[in-house]
Design a protein around this ligand. Structure first.
Ligand SMILES: Cc1cc2nc3c(=O)[nH]c(=O)nc-3n(C[C@H](O)[C@H](O)[C@H](O)COP(=O)(O)O)c2cc1C
Length: 308
């Protein structure tokens, strides 16, 4: 009997949304591949729901890539896997802290070395900068990114911002007033099983060269140019505030809470005020430099890492 291919799924999830996405993507592979799950567990758990202050206090270390420690992995880091599915969520335009801790850990890097990796994201809609950081982490670990699947909330940016903040800070996911339920739409989750077919073919052939192109044909990544403009605008200020806040102390320090509150107020004001401008800016960019923006869209949809 020929041994089944082995997949390692590494993930972290606070609400269980990402685990549901994983289960739908992986379900059609049942009986065709052996799937091992590794849930990343922070030593000191992150709260859910978050208090507003704790939520924004998590920003600096997330953006600066200085995550809280995680528990030792259960899986043997030298075990062979044919494919790793790295499932994660962005926090503040960066990989979430537990995921960053895994990617920085010696065991995590050993597991990833020389492995083909498919990234699987469950997010609001701002993931491109997090994925760029992910590409770099994978490159540093000696892994090969061979596919990317992004499930996101397809509602308008400001709508999803309001619903996700309510979910994260109150634990309330359900629809309210004129707002839809928070998170990735159920239809997107249920239909994500379609991505299993090209993964299975690649696993059987032991060749992942065509995988990402095939995933893209199934709309594994949708990217609105306006969101690229918005995210690119956000990266520098996030970095500035991360450094500014962390100069006053570490996570949760009383001495930095004044700056955290300032950041929180400015961010919550800036997003609704800047959103229409960035939409207009992206239309202008589309009109004036359509080719350039088209190239950006193609790049961010891809799995290749651009040299800086
Ligand atoms: C602290 C925090 C920051 C977040 N930042 C982003 C972000 O920058 N971009 C985004 O698309 N989603 C963001 N989200 C939403 C998450 O990516 C994710 O979709 C949501 O938290 C549910 O994930 P989980 O239950 O799998 O952990 C953020 C969530 C949290 C809790």
């Amino acid at each position: 009997m020929i041994a089944q291919p082995k997949i390692l799924v590494v993930y972290f999830t606070q609400t269980g949304q990402l685990r549901r996405i994983i289960d739908h993507v992986v379900a059609p592979l049942e009986g065709k591949a052996t799937v091992v799950y590794e849930e990343i567990v922070p030593v000191q758990p992150f709260p859910f729901p978050w208090s507003k202050q704790e939520f924004f206090d998590a920003m600096p270390e997330t953006v600066l890539g200085k995550p809280r420690n995680i528990m030792p992995l259960k899986v043997n880091p030298d075990e062979h896997f044919d494919l790793v599915i790295m499932a994660y969520q962005p926090w503040f335009l960066s990989p979430s802290q537990p995921v960053a801790a895994f990617l920085q850990s010696e065991d995590g890097r050993r597991l990833l070395k020389d492995k083909p990796v498919v990234t699987l994201l469950g997010c609001r809609n701002m993931w491109i900068n997090a994925q760029e950081k992910m590409k770099r982490y994978l490159q540093q670990a000696g892994a090969k990114l061979v596919g990317n699947i992004v499930l996101m909330d397809k509602h308008p940016n400001l709508v999803s911002l309001i619903t996700i903040l309510r979910w994260a800070t109150k634990g309330k996911k359900e629809a309210f007033f004129v707002f839809p339920p928070a998170g990735v739409q159920e239809k997107e989750i249920v239909e994500s099983g379609r991505f299993a077919a090209p993964i299975q073919v690649a696993l059987e052939k032991g060749n992942y060269d065509q995988l990402h192109a095939q995933l893209l044909e199934l709309d594994s990544v949708e990217l609105k140019p306006g969101l690229i403009v918005l995210e690119q605008r956000g990266v520098k200020p996030f970095r500035f505030w991360a450094n500014y806040i962390s100069k006053k102390g570490g996570p949760g320090d009383v001495s930095r809470q004044g700056r955290v509150s300032m950041y929180r107020a400015i961010l919550l004001l800036a997003i609704p005020v800047l959103s229409p401008f960035t939409t207009i800016a992206s239309w202008l960019k589309l009109l004036l430099s359509r080719k350039q923006l088209g190239k950006e869209v193609a790049y961010y949809k891809g799995v290749h890492l651009r040299e800086e």
